[in-house]
Design a protein. Structure first.
Length: 438
């Protein structure tokens, strides 16, 4: 069958199987390698598809919870949406979440996902206590920071290439309500946005929507949104603190025609979005779903980009070169006229894991329709990132070359050698790992 990631590019021909238990998974590993595990398919490119793709949808049980520590033990196929449904009414929320709740625990570990609080609390790995991993021979190994630590560190952010996560122990955070105290700060340009990020480092959450088509004095104009979990006294209904609005799932049933997203429509959308956000400047309460997962309200929003799909460019730039690098990236995008209205800027804190994407500095994520104009822009964005000491997020990548990966992130060359020495390369492979020669 034909499989793809959330960006619907590239499309890969392969076999999809869904074993129901560890014994069936081990048998498949022995008879049909190499394979790659797949959760809910929200990796944008080809990191969770391959010639032999294994769905983890049947590994979906929550096993144990300790209310004294917030530790949840669950199988890899459990989604963050299911965790929130089960535990938010009890006063618990994921400690780190990406921009969609439709991601599994196994996928969150494989990509070591980050959220709006990386600057203050780190990535998903910071709240992962241990995991059980099925290795090349089908045996299961418990690994943590003290037990098989090298395997643990290389699995966090290792894109599923060290084995298959069966279950894990993660820590949730206690919350008093389902509301977020948000502060909306409109900025006129990139310099102002970066100043706000540095001035609000004490905030738990911080993220910016950025207008990537702004030019001149408006280059990088943004809406910066900080957030804190609201206390019981701040809730709209203290007697029912977790009773937040139920969001309707807006269907997006058709693929838009290719001409619908162009520099004119995106520029108009960005101008309108900025004005609407500016009117909400200041502090207010928003529900958790609106703050963390605005796009989840639209079913199949990836169809917005048409049948050709889209690609996401996400880089991290170090703190000392971040301002200059971001300026050059935004100038290049504005010159090209490439249409991207889903542009997100975040501040990263320090990251200590072996292979994970974040570095202290800034990360810029942009969606581009799969068009000749967008493809022609990518080498220039790659070059600017390389020149400023940045690197790329493999959970979003769909078209990078192995040469670019090695120039920006030499850790992957060492990871590849270690993987070969462990016999993992012949048992676990994705279309991405083969493209990038990992």
């Amino acid at each position: 069958m034909e499989l793809s990631g959330w960006g619907r590019y590239p499309r890969v021909q392969g076999t999809l199987t869904a074993p129901r238990d560890a014994a069936a998974l081990a048998a498949l590993l022995a008879t049909a390698p190499p394979l790659i595990a797949r959760g809910l398919g929200r990796a944008y490119g080809d990191s969770a598809v391959g010639a032999q793709t294994v769905s983890m949808r049947h590994f979906n049980r929550m096993i144990a919870f300790d209310p004294a520590t917030g530790q949840l033990v669950a199988e890899a196929g459990v989604s963050l949406a299911e965790v929130i449904d089960a535990f938010l009414p009890r006063g618990w929320f994921p400690s780190v979440t990406p921009g969609t709740k439709f991601v599994t625990l196994g996928g969150a570990i494989a990509a070591d996902v980050h959220g709006k609080n990386h600057h203050s609390e780190g990535a998903f790995s910071a709240f992962t206590d241990w995991l059980d991993l099925m290795g090349p021979d089908g045996s299961v190994t418990r690994c943590s920071r003290t037990e098989n630590p090298e395997l643990f560190q290389n699995t966090l952010g290792g894109m599923g290439l060290t084995g298959i996560v069966l279950r894990a122990a993660i820590r949730l955070r206690p919350v008093e309500t389902g509301w977020i105290r948000q502060t909306m700060i409109p900025t006129r340009n990139l310099d102002e946005a970066l100043e706000v990020f540095e001035e609000t480092l004490a905030a738990t959450y911080c993220v910016a929507w950025i207008d990537c088509l702004g030019t001149g004095a408006h280059l990088g104009r943004s809406l910066v949104m900080t957030g804190e979990h609201a206390t019981l006294n701040e809730a709209k209904r203290p007697a029912a603190p977790f009773d937040t609005p139920r969001h309707r799932n807006i269907p997006f049933p058709v693929d838009l025609p290719g001409f619908a997203l162009n520099p004119y429509t995106v520029r108009a959308f960005n101008a309108l979005y900025y004005r609407m956000g500016a009117r909400k400047a200041g502090e207010g309460l928003v529900d958790w779903d609106s703050y963390f997962y605005p796009l989840d309200a639209v079913q199949n929003w990836n169809r917005l980009y048409g049948r050709r799909g889209f690609m996401q460019f996400q880089c991290a730039l170090p703190l000392d070169t971040g301002r200059a690098g971001l300026t050059q990236l935004l100038e290049a995008i504005a010159r090209s006229g490439a249409a991207s209205f889903l542009a997100v800027l975040k501040r990263f804190g320090a990251q200590y894991s072996a292979i994970s994407f974040p570095m202290e500095g800034y990360t810029l994520a942009l969606d581009f329709p799969m068009t000749p104009r967008s493809l022609a822009l990518m080498p220039e964005l790659d070059r600017i990132t390389i020149d400023h000491g940045g690197r790329f997020y493999l959970a979003k990548d769909s078209r990078m070359s192995p040469e670019t990966l090695r120039r920006t992130d030499p850790r992957w060359a060492e990871f590849s050698r270690w993987r070969q020495a462990q016999g993992m390369d012949t048992r676990f492979a994705s279309a991405q790992s083969q493209r990038l020669e990992l």
